[in-house]
Design a protein around this ligand. Structure first.
Ligand SMILES: Cc1cc2nc3c(=O)[nH]c(=O)nc-3n(C[C@H](O)[C@H](O)[C@H](O)COP(=O)(O)OP(=O)(O)OC[C@H]3O[C@@H](n4cnc5c(N)ncnc54)[C@H](O)[C@@H]3O)c2cc1C
Length: 119
């Protein structure tokens, strides 16, 4: 069931020219989201753009994730195409963002054939 919640930006890094990786600390969504699902992000506190923008979740790190430093986080890989995504590039570490998710049907991954230590 999707819900509205707040997350905290942990990184917003330029990967290459127009592409950025946005990390958000948001345990309620990170712990529920499945592969293929997306979130609706309010890209700024300003009135414009008024509408939230949809983004797939590139990676999520639920609480059972092996890397402790990333627990409860989700990552969005985005490309600047217009005013909303341009505004996103100004998001800074520690800033609060508003999200709705998890949205979409998603799917369940088959279990990994590798033991957890090698995964
Ligand atoms: C379910 C879903 C998941 C998405 N996941 C991602 C993601 O993981 N990473 C990512 O970078 N983007 C993703 N997108 C696209 C992203 O939502 C748009 O790029 C974003 O909303 C554009 O907002 P903007 O304000 O920057 O652009 P606007 O100012 O609204 O639009 C600028 C220009 O880009 C065009 N445009 C806007 N959106 C799209 C689009 N989706 N396809 C083609 N042209 C478009 C507009 O027609 C306009 O010409 C996803 C879209 C959907 C529907």
């Amino acid at each position: 069931m999707p819900f509205q919640t707040e997350g905290t930006v942990i990184k917003n890094e330029r990967i290459q020219s127009l592409y950025f990786l946005l990390g958000i600390d948001c345990p309620p969504i990170a712990n529920q989201i499945k592969p293929g699902q997306f979130v609706m992000l309010k890209v700024s506190d300003d009135r414009a753009p008024l509408l939230r923008r949809p983004f797939s979740v590139y990676q999520s790190c639920p609480d059972h994730y092996l890397e402790k430093t990333k627990r409860g986080c989700l990552f969005i890989l985005y490309k600047i195409v217009g005013k909303g995504t341009r505004k996103m590039t100004a998001l800074e570490k520690g800033q609060k963002v508003n999200l709705i998710g998890p949205l979409g049907n998603g799917f369940t991954l088959p279990p990994s054939p590798l033991p957890p230590a090698l995964f």
